[in-house]
Design a protein around this ligand. Structure first.
Ligand SMILES: CC(C)(COP(=O)(O)OP(=O)(O)OC[C@H]1O[C@@H](n2cnc3c(N)ncnc32)[C@H](O)[C@@H]1OP(=O)(O)O)[C@@H](O)C(=O)NCCC(=O)NCCS
Length: 137
């Protein structure tokens, strides 16, 4: 994982530091929208390249502040994948959320092993996607 830094503050993060995310999305949010959703999430964790100070990975969580937490986003830039950054982000997020009764997320079946390695359990889930809103409300 080298010298990747993990931070939970958005204080010094600018739109320009959030390039290259939402890989494969047809209508992705802009970096400005990305920054807004990070600010409006209950919890955020960022992985930073210490040289460039750019964000190379992020995870968010939203909660009801009592029992339930949901992790909608986890992404590591392709060129930084397979170096343990994703696992570190999830490990840290689960620690942040450890007082919650429920911690849920949805993922593709091939990623279930990734989350099982971090102590999570498989479950069935349901979802709806309004693709015309993919870049934000
Ligand atoms: C999933 C993701 C965050 C993992 O980040 P990462 O930094 O590469 O993860 P790590 O290096 O910590 O862990 C790598 C492990 O993840 C697993 N993994 C990652 N992507 C996978 C995939 N698409 N399918 C199956 N396993 C995968 C591998 O088993 C790998 O294990 P290994 O180290 O034994 O080879 C990254 O692949 C990503 O951003 N993907 C696109 C967005 C996404 O799918 N997010 C998850 C939403 S639920």
């Amino acid at each position: 994982m080298g010298n990747i830094e993990f931070i939970s503050s958005l204080e010094n993060v600018k739109e320009n530091d959030l390039q290259g995310f939402f890989v494969g999305w047809q209508n992705p949010p802009t970096p400005a929208r990305h920054l807004e959703l990070l600010r409006d999430s209950d919890y955020v964790l960022l992985a930073l390249d210490p040289q460039s100070k750019k964000v190379v990975g992020f995870a968010t969580a939203i909660t009801d502040k009592h029992l339930a937490a949901y992790i909608p986003f986890l992404e590591v830039l392709p060129e930084y994948q397979k170096r343990g950054i994703g696992k570190e982000l999830v490990t840290r997020m689960l620690l942040v959320l450890k007082e919650f009764y429920m911690i849920d997320l949805l993922c593709d079946t091939e990623l279930q092993v990734f989350y099982e390695d971090l102590g999570m359990k498989k479950a069935a889930g349901m979802m709806q996607r309004n693709y015309t809103k993919q870049n934000g409300i």
